[in-house]
Design a protein. Structure first.
Length: 580
């Protein structure tokens, strides 16, 4: 017994000695680095930056001694899975972290020779939004829901350039046109909720570019955009870089975008940079196992075979959703926005119907109409019964069987409720017979299925990354074991490796529970892995409708060919189609 205790004591002492040596070595490295001269050619230099988050219960080391620099006119990419510390590193440059909960135990962030972590007040405000600007990942939570688009972009111009009135309006219109907003004059008086997800993201990009910054931090700038607009936005950013000499810090999980855009790449994992260097070298000759894992990750799957004899779950004929355009003092209807204009579809049991098209084409509106969440004209049948005339009370019993995963997880998750409360809410309403302990056990099971730690269910949405919040939204929909699920861009906020996991999860759930999916997405790689039937929408109508294999392998219309070319980096896009 004494011999065993002495061995244990010896191991403990050895461990303490090793930890002390490591700490001394780390301190010596920091000290030596602090005495190194600044890189005079760098616009931004991040040196041994660490970020900690402190709560009443724990201390989280979100970023650990990262070092990188950005030169004028250069694009540097931060890549890695959600939760790896990419966005936290970028927010540190802008000084936008929630202090004092967040702290920097060590490190410097130099911009034009000034340490941004030490300056305050007016000088810091001069940098923010003017010399340094940022495109945030979730536009719905970043745009003010009470202000029109013109006012929100105009505010940036007024604060930093003193523009107002017609001069500001002309600049706003120019910015909206540049980022691909159709009919920008009609969008000036729109509120964020009146725009599609992709249109909101483009407004955010316009705000960030308004003052022609020296450094643009783009946090997933094309996440909510369809493939054709992605190409336009990336080309726009490249043109602005050439014109203004603007540097770009690109944060993304889309490795295809990284290869097209970035000069140098930093790969992050668990708060550390595990590999960095020339982008082509990293893609062609990755050294770290994690980098190899990211490069090999891509959504893969075998959609269920289309069964013509399967039971029809939901069906509609000539469905229309028209929104009135009202003008004048008496708000007279002068025209209509034909968001959905004569769509017919049929979705069978254990099948996935993919709805693809550019943002604003009517994809989400179609899904909301089928779910009876907005008014529409045309027959809608669910499992053989007409539901298009159902009132709210008539639809309530069917809500358990018809679930939805929204595009913007941050906007659809209550910030006042814990993850446990968010996910179990449906059980409380639909399964009043379950005890709190049973509900908690069920929530734990669903979190585990979507790849989250069940012990995290007492945390709140703001404590999770964008990708993690999307998985919470999927768990909330799946916990009631529905028959029909509308998935509105469910993987848009997820990195490629997690996308692959979610595709596998959705296919497994579909097989186990005979689920039917209406899958709305601009990511055609994910659609190809999940859907056995595809409808291509444009301006509210179906331009192509058929089996997924036929649509992907032999598209018939120029518009569908353009979508495929943009999504899969083909060189066969018909000229002029994408830009329309």
């Amino acid at each position: 017994m004494k011999k065993r205790q002495s061995k244990s004591k010896a191991r403990s002492q050895a461990k303490k000695i090793a930890q002390k040596a490591t700490q001394q070595q780390s301190q010596e490295q920091l000290k030596s680095f602090a005495t190194m001269p600044l890189d005079q050619g760098a616009l931004v230099e991040v040196r041994n930056l660490s970020v900690d988050f402190k709560s009443s219960k724990s201390l989280t080391h979100a970023v650990k001694n990262i070092t990188f620099d950005i030169k004028p006119g250069e694009t540097v990419a931060l890549v890695g899975e959600s939760g790896s510390g990419k966005t936290v590193s970028a927010l540190s440059i802008m000084r936008l972290l929630p202090y004092p909960a967040a702290s920097h135990p060590n490190g410097e962030v130099y911009f034009k020779g000034d340490d941004l972590l030490k300056i305050e007040g007016k000088k810091l405000r001069q940098y923010r939004g003017n010399a340094i600007s940022m495109i945030f990942q979730e536009p719905m939570s970043s745009l003010n829901p009470l202000h029109m688009i013109e006012r929100q972009i105009g505010e940036v111009l007024e604060l930093h350039r003193g523009l107002s009135g017609q001069a500001a309006r002309a600049r706003v219109l120019d910015l909206l046109h540049k980022v691909g907003i159709k009919d920008p004059e009609q969008r000036l008086e729109s509120y964020p909720h009146q725009l599609s997800g992709g249109q909101r993201q483009r407004v955010m990009i316009a705000m960030a570019l308004a003052n022609e910054p020296d450094l643009l931090i783009a946090d997933e700038p094309t996440t909510a955009l369809d493939v054709t607009i992605q190409a336009q936005i990336l080309e726009l950013l490249k043109d602005l870089q050439k014109e203004l000499g603007m540097a770009l810090l690109l944060i993304t999980h889309d490795l295809g975008i990284v290869r097209k855009m970035a000069t140098r790449t930093c790969v992050m994992k668990d708060g550390e940079i595990v590999e960095k260097g020339d982008t082509n070298d990293i893609f062609d000759h990755p050294q770290h196992d994690y980098t190899k894992h990211l490069l090999n990750a891509e959504p893969r799957g075998e959609p269920p075979q289309e069964d013509v004899n399967a039971k029809t779950v939901i069906e509609t004929q000539d469905l229309k959703v028209w929104f009135p355009i009202k003008r004048g003092l008496f708000r007279k209807t002068v025209d209509h926005v034909k968001a959905v204009n004569g769509i017919s579809l049929q979705l069978k049991e254990k099948q996935t119907l993919g709805i693809v098209g550019e943002s604003g084409s009517g994809k989400t509106t179609l899904g909301l109409a089928l779910m009876r969440l907005i008014s529409s004209k045309g027959p809608i049948s669910y499992v053989g019964q007409r539901i298009d005339e159902y009132q709210i009370k008539d639809m309530r019993p069917l809500r358990r069987e018809m679930q939805i995963v929204f595009q913007d997880p941050y906007g659809s998750l209550s910030p006042r409720l814990s993850v446990n409360q968010i996910i179990e809410e449906g059980l409380i309403i639909q399964r009043p017979d379950m005890t709190p302990a049973q509900r908690r056990e069920r929530v734990s099971h669903e979190l585990n299925e979507v790849g989250l730690d069940p012990d995290s269910q007492d945390r709140y949405p703001h404590e999770f990354s964008g990708g993690q919040r999307q998985r919470i939204a999927i768990a909330r929909a799946m916990i009631l074991e529905p028959k029909f699920v509308m998935l509105d861009e469910p993987t848009s906020a997820l990195d490629v490796s997690v996308q692959a996991q979610i595709v596998e999860l959705l296919l497994k759930l579909q097989e186990d529970h005979k689920l039917s999916y209406l899958f709305i997405s601009h990511d055609l790689r994910v659609v190809r892995a999940l859907a056995n039937h595809v409808i291509v929408m444009r301006n509210g109508i179906a331009v192509e409708d058929g089996a997924a294999t036929q649509i992907f392998n032999d598209p018939q219309t120029d518009y569908t060919k353009a979508l495929m070319a943009a999504a899969f980096n083909l060189e066969t896009a018909p000229t002029g189609v994408i830009a329309q």
